[in-house]
Design a protein around this ligand. Structure first.
Ligand SMILES: [Mg+2]
Length: 327
């Protein structure tokens, strides 16, 4: 990486009032020389919001990337390992929660897939605990039944599918290709403690499958920190540029043949996911680790240190704009 590794312990910076320069409008930045030479990729969970509550001054931070009329001036995308919604639905929800207009093309998300519950509903007796799940009130917390439910309903069904390569209960075949949308062990949601992510499911499934099947489980994990994600994010950021520029600037950009971005900032809360991926992607990626999610350390992460550590996403955006524009 060309960027110098450094840490800023800015625990009090998020409480400071922004300087008059900090609120300077982008409406005056219209010449070709003001064309952004950088883009930003935001993680969502643990950076801009857990659940449905904005954190870290995220609405203020994002508004700084638009001009006074609400037009996008700085290219940015959301790069999340979460999923379950289409990009258009996710963009609409994020826009309402954060108070800015977000395009579907600014969201890298997972598409809806068939859930385990939907899949198991197609088969009789595939889940031996199903008759006991007609609860109308909250069941007592029972660690044993919770574990059995997890094993029978998810791991067993997945092992069925992977061992036979077809419909459960039929003859054994070749393992089908297995893709994980991400490999996050933990992520920060609304609940105060970190929640286990798809990486935890992968570990459990792999451990059990390899005990009951002679050939080890084969799989591919997408999502951060896979470098493919960062290449895709750069393409998405580049595709946003025409809507930010005048026709003349678009023509000049196309004709100049120069690289579109000098710096791409990744703002994330998980050193093992977003930060690790930005480090692997290398130049021109510059990673900023916030303390509002999975990472809560005083200094930088020891194994996957970011280029910069800041308290909040608002601090991170203020740093970027100060560095790029001096305000
Ligand atoms: Mg996160």
């Amino acid at each position: 990486m060309r960027h110098r590794l450094f840490t800023i312990a800015s625990r009090s910076s998020s409480r400071k009032q922004p300087s008059p320069l900090a609120s300077r409008s982008f409406s005056r930045l219209s010449s070709q020389s003001d064309r952004p030479s950088f883009g930003i990729a935001f993680d969502i969970d643990g950076v801009v919001l857990p659940g449905h509550t904005p954190i870290g001054g995220s609405p203020r931070a994002l508004r700084r990337l638009y001009d006074d009329s609400g037009k996008l001036k700085i290219p940015f995308v959301f790069l999340t390992n979460g999923g379950g919604f289409s990009e258009s639905k996710r963009a609409q929800d994020l826009g309402q929660l954060l108070g800015v207009n977000i395009l579907p093309s600014q969201v890298v998300d997972l598409l809806n897939v068939l859930s385990i519950d939907e899949y198991t509903s197609c088969f009789d007796s595939i889940d031996p605990l199903a008759p006991y799940k007609t609860w109308t009130t909250k069941p007592d917390i029972d660690q044993n039944s919770t574990s059995n439910d997890m094993v029978n309903r998810k791991i067993a069904v997945l092992c069925d599918k992977l061992r036979i390569g077809g419909l459960p209960g039929k003859e054994t075949g070749k393992q089908p290709h297995l893709f994980f949308a991400n490999d996050d062990l933990e992520y920060q949601a609304t609940f105060p403690a970190e929640r286990l992510g798809m990486g935890a499911l992968r570990i459990a499934l792999e451990a059990i499958y390899n005990r009951i099947h002679p050939i080890p489980l084969a799989y591919t994990s997408y999502g951060k920190p896979n470098p493919f994600v960062y290449g895709n994010a750069e393409t998405m950021l580049r595709n946003l540029m025409p809507s930010l520029l005048s026709n003349l600037d678009v023509e000049n950009t196309t004709n100049s043949g120069i690289r579109c971005f000098k710096t791409l900032y990744m703002i994330g809360d998980n050193p093992k996911s977003g930060i690790r991926g930005a480090r692997q992607a290398g130049d021109p990626w510059f990673s900023i680790l916030t303390r509002t999610g999975v990472f809560k350390g005083k200094d930088n992460h020891s194994e996957f240190p970011a280029n910069l550590v800041m308290d909040t996403v608002e601090d991170a955006v203020n740093f970027i704009l100060r560095k790029e524009y001096g305000f």
